[in-house]
Design a binder for this molecule. Structure first.
Ligand code: ZN
Length: 303
């Protein structure tokens, strides 16, 4: 099914998607500690903040300060943007990459970014051209597997939006199961269909474990050709604009599954577990990750 020695890249999103729904605002220092711990555990790409209206997402009000204080090193930092203004803020903040979002359903796009899908696609066309040579670009198709307001998102609708967006290709295309409704069969079908249509663009998957299909979907995605997966330490997460959305797939659970299967992630499992435990203490409530509770196998240090 896969070649030994295969590797998969994990983007650590706890500092952005992970904590954006937490009611308690974390200090910039605490967020920087989180980013440092994830980097020390081996994360080489991290989505660290979003450049959005602080009134709508108060947890991200410190985006500019956080960006200015990011540790310099080997990691690449990604900022999320929902419109041209946010995108320019990501460029000005000196981030390595900006991740722009278009939502596959019109209602959710309006809730998430205040305008319809058409307008956001038009914004992307402009942004993609102004971004060249200034910043790396990712484009995420939100609610690519289903919408909390409109229900099913037909595959044909998704492919139409991908096709429109790919008129101005990003460096990376992400499919997001924003509300955690996908099953492995959906992931195989949709990742496969997008790859067949646009084989040259690397596919990233953004999965939520809302209905406990997250890790199965991650596996299906890799088998279907996705090369990058988003995850958050401890499985922390939610979405302020998606009712009842829960966390991303837990980084350490994903690392455990992949490394045991001989797929290299570049992350150290024990360091991830430690970082997830630390994050749980900072937030003051239990996180959903399971390997952080059970530990790896075989136990570290065992012969
Ligand atoms: Zn998300």
């Amino acid at each position: 099914m896969f070649e030994t020695g295969k590797s998969v890249e994990i983007v650590e999103v706890s500092a952005r998607d992970g904590i954006q729904n937490e009611s308690e605002i974390l200090s910039v220092d605490t967020k920087l500690d989180l980013i440092r711990k994830a980097s020390d555990a081996g994360a080489r790409r991290l989505e660290v903040t979003s450049f959005v209206n602080p009134k709508r997402v108060p947890q991200m009000a410190d985006a500019d300060e956080l960006a200015a204080r990011l540790p310099k090193g080997t990691a690449r930092y990604i900022g999320l943007a929902l419109n041209a203004r946010g995108f320019e803020r990501a460029v000005a903040a000196g981030l390595d990459e900006a991740n722009f979002v278009v939502v596959a359903s019109d209602t959710f796009n309006r809730r998430n970014q205040g305008v319809g899908t058409e307008e956001t696609l038009a914004a992307w066309a402009e942004i993609a051209q102004t971004a060249k040579g200034r910043i790396g670009t990712g484009l995420t198709i939100g609610a690519a597997f289903g919408c909390p307001f409109e229900g099913e998102v037909p595959l044909a609708r998704l492919l139409t939006i991908v096709e429109r967006a790919m008129a101005h290709p990003p460096d990376e295309l992400a499919l997001a199961d924003t509300i955690g409704v996908a099953t492995p069969a959906d992931v195989m079908e949709r990742v496969g269909a997008v790859r067949r249509a646009f084989p040259e663009v690397p596919i990233r998957l953004h999965l939520h474990n809302t209905r406990n299909t997250g890790l199965a979907n991650a596996w299906a995605g890799i088998m279907a050709g996705a090369v990058t997966l988003d995850a958050s330490l401890g499985g922390v997460g939610g979405c302020p604009f998606a009712p009842r959305a829960t966390g991303n797939i837990p980084t350490e659970d994903l690392v455990y599954m992949l490394e045991r299967a001989g797929i290299c992630t570049g992350l150290d499992l024990d360091a991830c577990i430690d970082a997830a435990g630390w994050l749980e203490e900072q937030l003051g409530h239990e996180l959903p990750g399971m390997v952080m509770k059970a530990g790896g196998f075989p136990a570290s240090g065992a012969a």
